[in-house]
Design a protein around this ligand. Structure first.
Ligand SMILES: NC(=O)NC(NC(N)=O)C(=O)[O-]
Ligand SMILES: [Zn+2]
Ligand SMILES: [Zn+2]
Length: 433
């Protein structure tokens, strides 16, 4: 396949266009950071909330205004398509993007960076080189975090046909609103006129902040993700007996919190004994009835467990559940649990890893290959197509935090690598065969 002749043919033209694209990228990130600003700092854009919808509509408006063809699917994933001259690739573009939802009081870059960078990259390529040979689609995935409904990766799972409304529609948020109801309020869902999925991914490429401190501490600009950890999330419910805090002597009690505390300490020690990269976190806890003068009768907590090796992760979970059962019996409590997320560890595509590495070398950007301890949409796509990720440094390793920060220079480097990868795929007709 011959290389198309550039629309902007001089190096100086291309440089100027790239600088303008970086400017647009930072502008878009700034605009997104003003959508869903929370009082506690940072931003909150939970799936199918008004701020979430506003962000998706804003992106659609900007991309349409700049000439990209946009569309939504039933789940609320937004696509901006740069159609290739090869007709066969029109329904099977290479996807690039990330997620538009955030955690509560999240930062400016988690998800938003990959979404904005993907869209601006397509605009840049179109301006400089004209239409590609193979189609490219920037995607703003509706949900990754699982912060409103107990169903992380809904956006990527629905695009890849790994899930659907029958599985996810009835799940409820903490207010009792179902995912289907919430989607319909925003104009999505199976009764909307949007397609289930307009495209199938030929591959998936995601630019994301590292969310850890390795790149910063090692003075490295680009992280090339090799593997993404597997993850399990459980809700654990411990039941004892609520009773009067003044009239129930200590040894008459069935205090659900005391047994829970013992479990958590023992699970923490077990995690330490496994060593890196095993991590186990109790991130939320609810005490019921929750009053100063009542012995806690019930405790509900979440457990998040991750490892790059599925076998080790599963062994740890079995041991953790044994601890929960034993501690419950010893403390005269009843224990129940429910798993609400289970994703396997996955490897990123080796050929893409190699190409990203080559691009870093040519561009003279420092890089390192590294696993991701955070979950990403790329791990869902990896189940159906080739997937790869490019990381940029996170200042102080902070993420899921209002002070999440990456400098413009570091973002521009990541964006440069992303653009190069999309160019190689779309314009040079490089194939994996
Ligand atoms: N990149 C992320 O912050 N991902 C988070 N969300 C999911 N769904 O994994 C996480 O690691 O908990
Ligand atoms: Zn996140
Ligand atoms: Zn993210």
């Amino acid at each position: 396949m011959s290389e198309p002749s550039p629309v902007k043919s001089t190096e100086a033209d291309r440089k100027a266009a790239f600088a303008a694209s970086c400017h647009l990228l930072h502008e878009l990130l700034e605009e997104l950071s003003n959508i869903g600003k929370s009082e506690e700092g940072g931003m909150t854009r939970l799936l199918y909330s008004s701020s979430w919808l506003k962000a998706q509509q804003h992106l659609q408006h900007v991309m349409q205004g700049k000439g990209l063809v946009t569309s939504f699917d039933q789940s609320g994933n937004l696509y901006a398509l740069l159609e290739g001259t090869d007709k066969n690739s029109r329904h099977k573009p290479l996807f690039t993007g990330s997620h538009i939802d955030t955690v509560i009081s999240g930062g400016k870059f988690d998800g938003a960076l990959g979404v904005a960078a993907g869209m601006v990259a397509l605009l840049y390529l179109n301006e400089v080189y004209g239409p590609p040979v193979r189609s490219l689609a920037a995607v703003s995935l509706c949900e990754e975090e699982g912060s409103r409904f107990p169903f992380a990766f809904w956006g990527s799972r629905s695009v890849t046909s790994l899930s659907d409304w029958d599985v996810a529609g009835d799940l409820k948020d903490t207010e009792g609103v179902s995912m289907l109801e919430a989607a319909e309020i925003c104009g999505f869902g199976p009764i909307s006129s949007y397609p289930v999925r307009p495209f199938e991914p030929d591959g998936y490429l995601e630019l994301h902040i590292e969310q850890g401190a390795v790149l910063e501490r090692t003075g490295t600009s680009i992280g090339i993700v090799t593997d993404i950890v597997g993850q399990k999330r459980l809700d654990v419910m411990i039941t004892g007996e609520a009773n009067h805090a003044g009239t129930t002597p200590m040894n008459y009690r069935k205090d659900a919190l005391i047994g829970t505390t013992e479990m958590i300490i023992r699970i923490h020690e077990l995690a330490l004994s496994y060593g890196d990269p095993l991590v186990a976190t109790v991130g939320t806890m609810e005490l019921l009835p929750g009053a100063v003068n009542v012995v806690p009768g019930k405790v509900i907590f979440t457990l998040d467990i991750r490892h790059t090796d599925k076998g080790i992760m599963n062994r740890f979970i079995q041991e953790a559940l044994l601890i929960i059962s034993e501690s419950a019996v010893r403390n005269q409590l009843h224990a129940e649990w429910q798993e609400h997320l289970s994703v396997d560890p996955v490897a990123m595509d080796e050929r893409w890893i190699e190409r990203i590495q080559n691009a870093c070398e040519v561009l003279d950007f420092s890089y390192r290959k590294m696993p991701s301890g955070a979950g990403h949409d790329a791990q869902i796509f990896a189940e159906v197509c080739k997937a790869a990720m490019i990381f940029v440094p996170s200042q102080k390793g902070l993420s899921h935090h209002p002070e999440e920060f990456t400098s413009e220079e570091e973002i521009n480097r990541g964006f440069r690598v992303l653009v190069e990868m999309l160019y190689q795929y779309g314009y040079r007709g490089k194939t994996d065969e």
